[in-house]
Design a protein around this ligand. Structure first.
Ligand code: ZN
Ligand code: ZN
Length: 206
């Protein structure tokens, strides 16, 4: 049976089936690409999750097993609404991993989701119920869980990191240069530019 370390559940905050699915997805990606955790800025993950899907918990599992974290800018959301992700590693290529429909279907009738549909949050669901559905994830084989596709033609150029920052000419706070905007001839931060923050944080839906 696959084991997910206890600290990953603590990091995630509750016990649910989707964090372990993501943890296994990330672990399998490392195996397929023949690499270890990203100590620095190696792997880039393109998660196909969107917002407001409970399955998005998988992304915490991906981060826990690969160390490709949002904080290091190594994982981004594509907003396709799928339990899938593409993992790219410099010099090693890329692999896309999708949670099989059949496996999703096998989880759906579980009591865990009866609670979830009534609006009960995962941490409030009885422990045995959570543990039972998590064990279904941990007992499954990689083949039962995932559709795996190597992507030999996948190209990616990570954005260059920049240490350059400047002071906004209105509020005086430091801003990383690529986020400066020009307003009335002044270099200003996004908050002072009068643009709604939404314009910059809204997902780019393809
Ligand atoms: Zn969760
Ligand atoms: Zn400002």
């Amino acid at each position: 049976m696959f084991e997910v370390p206890q600290w990953a559940y603590e990091f995630h905050g509750h016990e649910c089936p989707f964090m372990p699915i993501g943890y296994r997805m990330g672990t399998l990606a490392l195996e397929k690409l023949g690499v270890g955790r990203s100590k620095n800025h190696e792997m880039h993950v393109f998660s196909e999750m969107g917002i407001a899907h409970p399955q998005g918990c998988m992304q915490d599992g991906i981060m826990a097993s690969t160390s490709a974290t949002f904080g290091k800018n190594l994982i981004e959301r594509m907003y396709y609404g799928k339990v899938a992700a593409t993992f790219w590693y410099p010099g090693k290529g890329a692999v896309r991993i999708f949670l099989r429909n059949e496996f999703s279907d096998s989880l759906s009738p579980h009591e865990f989701f009866k609670y979830r549909k009534k609006g009960v949050e995962p941490s409030e669901i009885p422990h045995e119920v959570r543990q039972d559905i998590i064990n279904m994830v941990l007992r499954a084989t990689n083949d039962e869980l995932f559709k795996v596709e190597m992507l030999p033609d996948f190209q990616y150029e990570p954005p260059k990191s920049s240490f350059n920052k400047a002071k906004c000419e209105v509020c005086g706070e430091y801003v990383f240069e690529r986020y400066l905007r020009v307003k009335d001839g002044k270099k200003v931060c996004i908050s002072c530019s009068g643009h709604s923050k939404d314009e910059f944080t809204r997902p780019k839906v393809k």
